[in-house]
Design a protein around this ligand. Structure first.
Ligand code: UDX
Length: 478
């Protein structure tokens, strides 16, 4: 009888949203390249979208040790899963997906099943129920938080802020400084904390969810982060007091590109998007002068009111710059705004703008015509922009984005934080500052960070070594 132990088999469960899925698929590829078997769990809803819009199946069929599996998220297909109904997803995952996940893991571990037994679960940190499930089945679990570590650390310090009397916020001065987030003293203001920190009731569902997350992560085998040591050194060293087993292995997209560049494995084609990518914007960019275009996108979840849309539109047009604008379907509530847009905006857009519903963002940011990025400061977008040395104008919407935009402005010097403002005059000025007046200063910083990021994923670099360590730890669990 063959005595060789089965290969390590990791069961990956991302939060079923664009940013986390994209990020975790990159981790899955890195694990496959290291000989680890991977089962990647998508919700039925997202899996259908992923297969419809990308070459993801072809891409992953090149890895014989990779497979997708699917689970219900319990919501009807036409549920928006964003905006003010975002929390429905969490409730439904806990009520419906949690028992299904338990059943699935038990069946994987039963002898006689054709699949390898699962060695380890890697789940998104926001899936706080996953640890309990893994424990029931007797499998170790490592959490992966795909948001920024600086944002995550601010969540984890909520109990400290409550103890220090800094939360709930006193008064109405959002510029008041916050002192009880170690590593961020001196520059963090109330307005730089996630917007859910602005509630008065500390029993609020989101506050309770993130406090639970902080506890569950502590009980898990470790925490994977999409960052590199050099970028967030002070935050990571404070986190390690409470969470000693950290694996900062990012930026994952750079890490993967470096690995695939070195080995003749599958083609780097698909970007794992849940929306159809409109490639016509690349042809449009090809016709624009060098660094002349500002790219505008608010990611996969953020929304914009009709009034905010009009302010942004005027600001962009009045800046005189060319723009490529992603308007995700349903990201502007109320369908009747289109007929009310002033004629001068439509004319100017025809002359020097391009609007698409979804773009191949990594390719856009790497395009020589792109000189700036008006972003919601999602963590993937921030890293993708930093690596391409594209300065950012930040309009954060929620979760970690408020912290990210403060770090972009104050710590990494990569751009301007326009936080809590949205008027055409300021937008015009900020776009001009970003694209012309202060451009060199931001590009210089971004080039420095991009160089450090690339070093960190190269042989001997911090993220390279941390990934090696993660893989060794997983192999020891067999
Ligand atoms: C969510 C949260 O909003 C964010 O704060 C958190 O950091 C991660 O999860 P999301 O809105 O999806 O993120 O933003 P982001 O993290 O920036 O991820 C968006 C991804 O979609 C990026 O990888 C980006 O390349 C991709 N994208 C976006 C496209 O491919 N095309 C587009 O047109 C827009």
């Amino acid at each position: 009888m063959d005595q060789t132990p089965p290969p390590p088999h990791v069961f990956i469960f991302p939060l079923p949203l664009q940013g986390p899925i994209k990020c975790m698929l990159k981790l899955a590829e890195l694990l496959c390249l290291a000989g680890v078997h991977v089962t990647f769990l998508n919700t039925d809803h997202n899996h259908r979208r992923l297969l419809r819009h990308t070459a993801v199946q072809t891409r992953f069929s090149a890895y014989p040790q990779f497979r997708f599996d699917t689970i219900s998220d319990g919501l009807p297909d036409d549920h928006p899963r964003s905006g003010d109904r975002f929390m429905d997803l969490f409730d439904s995952l806990e009520a419906v997906s949690k028992p299904l996940m338990r059943e699935m893991l038990f069946s994987y571990c039963r002898s006689g099943d054709a699949r390898w037994p699962v060695t380890c679960v890697i789940a998104d940190g926001a899936l706080t129920f996953a640890l309990e499930v893994a424990e029931d089945v007797g499998i170790p679990l490592i959490y992966f938080d795909t948001i920024s570590p600086c944002g995550l650390w601010s969540y984890f310090c909520i109990p400290k802020m409550i103890d220090a009397g800094e939360m709930p916020f006193k008064g109405n001065d959002l510029d008041a400084p916050i002192q009880s987030v170690p590593g961020m003293e001196g520059f963090l203001r109330q307005r730089d904390l996630p917007t859910f920190c602005r509630v008065r009731d500390m029993n609020d569902r989101v506050i309770q969810l993130v406090m639970k997350e902080a506890q569950e992560v502590k009980r898990s085998r470790g925490l994977i982060l999409n960052t590199f040591e050099e970028l967030e050194e002070p935050v990571l060293s404070h986190m390690r007091f409470l969470y000693p087993n950290l694996y900062p292995i990012g930026p994952l997209h750079t890490h993967l590109k470096t690995r695939l560049g070195a080995e003749p494995t599958p083609p780097l084609a698909s970007s794992n998007s849940l929306w159809h990518e409109d490639l016509s914007c690349i042809a449009w960019l090809d016709a624009q002068p060098l660094k002349s275009v500002i790219y505008v996108s608010i990611g996969s979840l953020a929304m914009m009111t009709r009034d905010q849309l009009v302010e942004f539109w005027h600001g962009l047009v009045n800046s005189g710059h060319r723009f490529l604008w992603v308007r995700r379907p349903n990201s502007i509530p109320g369908g009747d705004w289109e007929g009310q847009i002033p004629e001068e905006l439509l004319v100017a857009t025809k002359e020097r703008g391009c609007i698409v519903s979804w773009a191949p963002q990594e390719e856009v940011l790497a395009h020589p015509a792109v000189g700036g990025f008006l972003t919601h400061s999602g963590w993937n977008s921030t890293l993708e922009s930093m690596i391409e040395a594209v300065p950012m104008l930040c309009w954060p919407y929620f979760v970690d984005q408020q912290v990210n935009s403060r770090f972009v402005n104050e710590v990494w010097k990569l751009g301007i934080d326009m936080k809590d403002t949205c008027d055409r005059v300021r937008i015009e000025k900020m776009v001009k500052d970003l694209m012309d007046v202060r451009r060199d200063e931001f590009v210089q910083s971004a080039e420095r960070w991009a160089k450090l990021a690339k070093q960190s994923v190269s042989e001997g670099g911090s993220s390279f070594c941390n990934l090696k360590c993660l893989i060794e730890d997983i192999k020891l669990m067999v």
